[in-house]
Design a protein around this ligand. Structure first.
Ligand code: CP
Length: 306
């Protein structure tokens, strides 16, 4: 069965069958990444542009590698080196790029809704690589893939998302995806960083981090987004680390063999101590590896729909 949409704008409303198909297809591509020659001809002849209006390390490189592994022609657009600096609009930029005959667009933008806008003005398949504080669907897909790889299931697991929920596209995509796949989802963080509507999404709020560790199988720990004025929502970084930071002492005290994810980049000593960031509970670099396979799956499934 093909995917039910020709774009991936978010995980809100995406059917369970689609998520299952992406995760299962990613398993096939994960095996390709272990081969000496990590390349398949699947998207030969397709042209994909990576349109990044915001900085990125993992997502941009991961998409670029995924495109190369699928034998697509891949073009990178960095806003700082483009005619955007001369005042060219988002719409004109996209229409000019599309005039060069691109099949798919991977877009990261600080404005929520930018990927949706692209679907209205161009014919290419659009993949959201993070839009403002809205969604980051491929991050949530790779998180779910990594949880499933580690714990052999998603349904019935208790997963807590920790940190700045209000300003996190990773949190929202994880909530939609995990709920669809049957996980029991909670959030934990300073009250100032938990949106009032969160319980309407079927998500429990846990106020105490020790309780979150005790009650859950998985913690997905978010980065405190210092560039998005996160500091205004709690008194100091030191206080945040004291009340919500995951440390080895805290894990030991709770005696819990919990799985820890983090989307990166990590603020070491803030949301995770260095010991935890490099420790036995975390699967952070596995998430990064799996990200390439998951993005290959998304590109393949959308790219062969046309
Ligand atoms: N997880 C994530 O989106 O990281 P980047 O900002 O480096 O792409």
């Amino acid at each position: 069965m093909p995917l039910s949409s020709r774009h991936l704008l978010g995980l809100q409303g995406v059917p369970k069958e689609d998520i299952q198909l992406i995760l299962d297809t990613a398993t096939t591509f994960r095996e390709v990444l272990e081969r000496p020659i990590k390349r398949v001809p699947t998207l030969q002849g397709k042209t994909i542009v990576n349109l990044f209006y915001e900085n990125s390390t993992r997502t941009r490189i991961s998409f670029e590698l995924a495109e190369k592994r699928l034998s697509a022609d891949s073009v990178n657009f960095a806003v700082s080196a483009s005619s955007v600096s001369k005042g060219e609009s988002f719409k004109d930029t996209m229409r000019n790029i599309e005039a060069m005959k691109v099949d798919m667009v991977v877009v990261r933008h600080s404005a929520a809704g930018a990927p949706l806008f692209l679907t209205k003005i161009c014919d290419a398949n659009v993949i959201n690589a993070g839009d403002g504080i809205h969604e980051h669907p491929t991050q949530a897909l790779l998180d779910m893939y990594s949880i499933r790889e580690k714990l052999r299931k998603i349904e019935g697991l208790k997963v807590c998302i920790v940190g700045d929920i209000s300003h996190s596209r990773v949190a929202l995509s994880n909530i939609y995806g995990l709920k669809t796949m049957g996980a029991d989802v909670s959030v934990c963080g300073p009250l100032t960083m938990i949106p009032r509507y969160i319980e309407e999404l079927g998500v429990k709020v846990i106020h105490n981090i020790d309780e979150a560790i005790q009650e859950n199988d998985v913690l997905n720990v978010l980065r405190i987004q210092l560039e998005r004025k996160a500091r205004e929502y709690f008194p100091s970084i030191r206080e945040y680390a004291k009340y919500f930071g995951i440390t080895e002492e805290r894990l030991e005290k709770n005696g819990k063999d919990i799985v820890i994810l983090h989307p990166g980049p990590i603020n070491r000593g803030v949301e995770l101590s260095s010991g935890v960031a490099d420790g036995l509970n975390q699967i952070i670099l596995k998430q990064v590896t799996n990200g390439v396979a998951v993005r290959m799956a998304v590109l393949y499934l959308l790219g062969t729909l046309n």
